[in-house]
Design a protein around this ligand. Structure first.
Ligand code: ADP
Ligand code: ZN
Length: 186
C-alpha cells in the first residue's frame, strides 16, 4: 500500500530537529528500517549527524540533491527522515511522492519561510501534498510571544530585503520573532 508524507515546519529554534529526532527514535524502537538525510550545506554542527539546538542527535547521511536518496534506500527501507529540507537541490516533491507511492513513510523537517517571511524553496509545495503537517512555533526573542518568523540580524540590525545569502565581513545571526517583532529593512 501507500506510505505517508509528514512535514514538520516552523522558524529556527522551534524544535523541528527535536521533533524529527523524536519520530525517528520511535520508528527505530518499532524495529522499522530508518534512513536519515540532511543537506551538505548544513554544517551548523558535526557532519553526518542531525543535532537539535538542545544537543540531541542522530546519525544522518549528507547529500546535495534529493535524488541521491534513491542511491541509499532498498526494499527494506520503511522510514526516510530529511532535515533542513528547504536546502536540498533537485525535485524534492517528486522524490518524496515516489517514496510514498512505494509504501514508505517520509518525514521532512524544514523552514517554511525565509528571513524575509517568504515561502522557502520546496517546503510550500511539500506542505500542499503532505498527509500531515506540524507547524511549530518558537519563543519570540523580543517579547516572549509565540514566534513563526526567523529574524536575520546583520551586525545587530535587521537584514535588508536584498542582502545576499552570505555577507563577507558582516557578523550575522538569527532569532525567532513573532509577527509584530519581525523586521526587514526594505
Ligand atoms: P529547529 O530545528 O526548529 O531550529 P531545534 O530542534 O534545533 O530547532 O532546537 C529547539 C531548541 O532550541 C528548544 O528546545 C530550546 O531548547 C532551544 N531554543 C533556543 N532559543 C529558542 C527560542 N527562541 N524559542 C524556543 N526554543 C529555543
Ligand atoms: Zn515578539
Amino acid at each position: 500500500g501507500y506510505g505517508s508524507l509528514e512535514i514538520i515546519c516552523g522558524p529556527m529554534f522551534s524544535g523541528k530537529s527535536e521533533e524529527l529526532i523524536r519520530r525517528i527514535k520511535r520508528a527505530k524502537i518499532a524495529k522499522q528500517n530508518v534512513l536519515v538525510f540532511k543537506p551538505k550545506i548544513d554544517t551548523r554542527y558535526e557532519e553526518e549527524c542531525i543535532c537539535s539546538h538542545d544537543g540531541n542527535n542522530i546519525k544522518a547521511i549528507s547529500i546535495s540533491n534529493s535524488e541521491e536518496i534513491l542511491n541509499y534506500i532498498n526494499e527494506d527501507t520503511d522510514v526516510i527522515g530529511i532535515d533542513e529540507v528547504q536546502f536540498l537541490e533537485g525535485d524534492t516533491v517528486s522524490v518524496c511522492k515516489g517514496l510514498v507511492a512505494e509504501g514508505r513513510r517520509v518525514i521532512c523537517a524544514g523552514l517554511d519561510m525565509d528571513f524575509r517571511g517568504e515561502p522557502f524553496g520546496c517546503v510550500p509545495n511539500l506542505l500542499a501534498v503532505a498527509d500531515s503537517i506540524t507547524k511549530l512555533t518558537a519563543v519570540c526573542m523580543n517579547c516572549g510571544k509565540p514566534a513563526i518568523f526567523t529574524q536575520r540580524l546583520v551586525d545587530g540590525k535587521p537584514a535588508k530585503y536584498n542582502d545576499p545569502l552570505i555577507l563577507i565581513g558582516a557578523k550575522e545571526s538569527y532569532e525567532a520573532r513573532c509577527r509584530k517583532c519581525h523586521q526587514i529593512d526594505q
